[in-house]
Design a protein around this ligand. Structure first.
Ligand SMILES: [Zn+2]
Length: 416
């Protein structure tokens, strides 16, 4: 009998050991995505990483240590330096500890592990905006301002000393998370504009006009529902705004939510496809979602400087989507609340929440949703979208959905 137990015990042990060995997560890639005073470092793995330790170091270094992982030289050499990032260095210590040092031109205020799942680890680094690392080390092209100019972001926590070498204290974040993450600014992005009409629908209705008119109504409704919250549009009139600019505008304004407003269309008109859809960024799963993303992304052909998007292959969109994954759960909830609210209004069929690689959602460092109000290629939808009452009803529903999301969100950050 005891021999049998021993055998069993050994068997269990060896199986467990084998399982543990095969489960060692392997690093596939590291991406660094800076955006203002915040940078997202995304590590892609083949499995879940058990231990992640983040630590701000002196001289603008953000250090991430991960235990029991594997990495080959290709994955270790993958990161590219970005604006505001001096270097990204990763190496393996003691056979299985991955040490990544990202060196910024500003000192690090705080670091958090925003997400850790079976494929990724997402670390968000906040920088001290008025704390450049050192005059000697910064790029000679940009004279350092030595903290004299008042920066626009008053919500940013100030570390007590701008001196390098003091970053051990920098982990202590003076501002409460409630204040820092308060949902105080909402960005509404009216799709297209100017030389880019967007989709052309039945009766010569243009997407750019519907998106602008509806976005303005969403702002009015939000002001009624959420007084005290700042609502900004990425364009106020019939002007052309490049896709990458829209996210930039949102980040600069300190947006906490980004809602891009669009109208759908089919190549043939009239077409029976009808209804309201919400999208969150992620590489398209269905061909239909990819079709919508391709159509909405095609505007870059009208932009003068297409170089910016040269690197934006499917691969980088996937990477950007991974960076956005820090907000994925929030984006998805926001999309669901907007969708539920529009469904309740019962004016258009509900076509659900989808995922696709929208370039306009790449740049905004906040929960982001793209709304396709309806199909301009459908007779019923086009009539509704072209009418003031239709636009008003849709705007009110979208605003109500945003408010419901905001209430849930505020409840979450109150608990922190
Ligand atoms: Zn559009």
């Amino acid at each position: 009998m005891p021999t049998l137990w021993l055998t069993l015990f050994l068997l269990i042990l060896s199986t467990a050991a084998a399982a543990a060995q095969s489960a060692v997560p392997q690093l596939r890639d590291i991406t660094v995505a800076p955006s203002g005073a915040k940078t997202t470092i995304t590590f892609l793995f083949t499995g879940r990483v058990k231990t992640v330790v983040v630590e701000p170091k002196a001289n603008g270094v953000a250090q991430v240590r991960m235990k029991s992982v594997k990495a080959d030289s290709k994955a270790l050499n993958s990161p590219l330096a970005k604006p505001g990032v001096r270097s990204v260095r990763a190496h393996i210590e003691r056979t299985d500890v991955l040490v990544t040092n990202v060196t910024f031109t500003q000192n690090v205020a705080s670091m958090t592990v925003a997400q850790r799942d079976s494929v990724s680890v997402v670390v968000v680094v906040k920088l001290s905006p008025d704390s450049p690392v050192s005059a000697a080390a910064t790029s000679p092209a940009k004279p350092t301002k030595k903290g004299t100019t008042p920066k626009k972001e008053p919500a940013e926590p100030r570390t007590t000393s701008p001196k390098a070498g003091n970053s051990a204290d920098a982990t202590a974040d003076a501002t409460s998370p409630r204040k820092r993450w308060a949902l105080n600014t909402i960005i509404i992005d009216p799709g297209h504009g100017g030389k880019d009409p967007g989709a052309l629908g039945i009766g010569d209705i243009q997407e750019k006009d519907v998106t602008l008119a509806t976005s303005k109504k969403i702002r009015e409704e939000l002001k009624k529902l959420m007084p005290g919250v700042k609502v900004l549009l990425t364009r106020e009139d019939d002007t052309f705004v490049e896709l990458y600019q829209r996210g930039k505008i949102a980040n600069k304004a300190g947006g906490k939510l980004f809602v891009s407003i669009h109208c759908n269309s089919m190549p043939e008109k009239p077409h029976p496809a009808s209804g309201f859809e919400c999208y969150i960024i992620r590489p398209g799963r269905s061909t239909d979602a990819t079709r919508v993303a391709l159509r909405e992304n095609s505007v870059i052909q009208l932009e003068y400087d297409q170089e910016k998007y040269a690197g934006m292959t499917t691969e980088t969109t996937i990477m950007a989507a991974m960076a956005q994954s820090a907000f994925a759960r929030f984006s998805e909830t926001l999309a669901q609340r907007i969708r539920e609210s529009v469904r309740t209004a019962d004016i258009l069929p509900d076509r659900g929440v989808h995922q696709a690689g929208f370039l306009v959602l790449v740049g905004a460092s906040m929960p982001s949703v793209l709304v396709e109000l309806g199909y301009l290629s459908n007779e019923h939808d086009a009539e509704l979208l072209g009418s003031k009452t239709g636009q008003r009803t849709l705007a009110r529903s979208v605003a109500k959905g945003i408010k419901r999301y905001a209430q849930e969100y505020e409840a979450i950050i109150r608990e922190e």
